[in-house]
Design a protein around this ligand. Structure first.
Ligand code: FEO
Length: 398
């Protein structure tokens, strides 16, 4: 089974409706996902990427039934070595040994690192290199280092003007009909943003440079075909425009409050702070999450949209709750920039929570405001009154 993408280009990937997590259990999947592989059948037959190892036998069988003979494949392009796209290469190359694999020098390292030195016929390419596929068309390679691995690259098919962008511009979203104009637009954009926020945010500086470099090539894009989720066929540049905004210290008029609580005192502060922010600035969107219960990837997507955050935890063991501590580790790894943060929390005796939270938030790259609310046992009217200054500090635009 193959599905037409455009002219002699087809989708031969894997729709994974039942996938629940990705990257181990580190990325939540709410709407399925896909591993998109593509087949180009011009004078040359070219496979762009493969699918994750659990699906390798079905993938190879499907290619065999589509092509009749796997030896019809002239070469393979491996845009990225991560196993959701390379996991079927061992099974495929066992069937057609010696078939050239076009990839970056770093992909040779990542593929051999994961699968061992198997004597694969690598053809190392770099940005601007190209290879003819016949009928006047060629593939042009563009290295995409750290988007999101050192080995990543994109491949552009001239004539059909298709950019096979691999992970960039993707979403963990299963779309049976494949294309963005057939997808639920709300889900599509939520998933595209979640994907960027949770996977690509740390590499925003590289994304910004790469977008400028791709724009300078002045290539027309009729289709952007990522390796996950919907294929951008209707106005494909809309996702490029979104990335241009997202990679530039993106923020909306939103404040997100993230906390955990032991006996509800910290929870009371969190919700009172939300009310105070909404009172002082009705235009600002305010969202509140208990990080021990909420999906961490969804919360990070809300942080991505926020111009400021407030983080709360009670003091426990001279520190903060492990749920908040783990969440702060994830927050730091995403390298958000140009966002304010504040701390709050309750305590019964030693009371280190605010000091710890402020240090962790500063370490995560946030601009920490000194205003805070530190409550002994349960919040009093005096404590609630301090929320006025805390909300004002978070809302203030420098
Ligand atoms: Fe970086 Fe979809 O693999």
């Amino acid at each position: 089974m193959k599905r037409s993408v455009k002219n002699n280009v087809s989708w031969v990937g894997w729709l994974d409706w039942e996938l629940e997590t990705f990257h181990g259990d580190d990325f939540s999947i709410h709407n399925g996902s896909s591993q998109n592989a593509y087949l180009i059948e011009e004078e040359k037959t070219v496979l762009i990427d493969t699918v994750w190892a659990p699906h390798r036998f079905e993938f190879v069988e499907n290619l065999k039934s589509v092509l009749g003979d796997l030896h019809r494949i002239d070469f393979i392009v491996a845009n990225h070595g991560e196993i959701d796209h390379s996991g079927s290469l061992p099974a495929l190359l066992d069937a057609i040994p010696g078939t050239p694999v076009y990839c970056t020098a770093n992909a040779v390292k990542s593929l051999e690192g994961q699968f061992g030195k198997r004597g694969w016929n690598f053809r190392v390419v770099k940005t601007g290199d190209s290879v003819d596929v016949g009928n006047g068309k060629k593939l042009i390679f563009v290295e995409m280092p750290m988007l999101h691995w050192p080995d990543s690259m994109a491949t552009y098919l001239t004539g059909d003007n298709i950019l096979f962008s691999n992970d960039a511009f993707g979403q963990h979203y299963a779309v049976e009909e494949l294309f963005n104009d057939r997808a639920d637009s709300c889900v599509l954009w939520r998933e595209a943003m979640k994907y960027y926020a949770n996977i690509l945010t740390p590499f925003s500086a590289q994304a910004k440079r790469k977008l400028a470099e791709i724009a300078a090539l002045k290539l027309p894009f009729d289709i952007i075909a990522p390796s996950h989720g919907a294929i951008w066929r209707d106005d494909p540049m809309q996702i490029v425009r979104a990335y241009a905004k997202w990679c530039d210290a993106y923020q909306e008029d939103q404040i997100t409050i993230a906390y955990d609580t032991m006996w509800e005192a910290t929870a009371k502060i969190a919700h009172a702070l939300a009310e105070e922010i909404a009172r002082q600035s009705p235009a600002t969107i305010v969202k509140v999450f208990n990080v021990a219960k909420a999906d961490k990837n969804d919360v990070m997507t809300e942080v991505f949209k926020s111009r400021a955050i407030a983080v709360g935890s009670p003091t426990v063991g001279n520190d903060i709750l492990s749920s908040v501590s783990g969440w702060l580790s994830f927050l730091k790894s995403l390298k958000f920039r140009n966002k304010k943060a504040a701390a709050f929390g309750a305590y019964g005796w030693s009371g280190e929570c605010v000091k710890v939270l402020q240090a962790r938030l500063a370490d995560a790259g946030f601009i920490v405001v000194p205003e805070n609310v530190r409550v002994l046992w349960n919040p009093t009217e005096t404590d609630f009154a301090q929320l006025l200054a805390l909300a004002a500090a978070l809302l203030k635009r420098e």
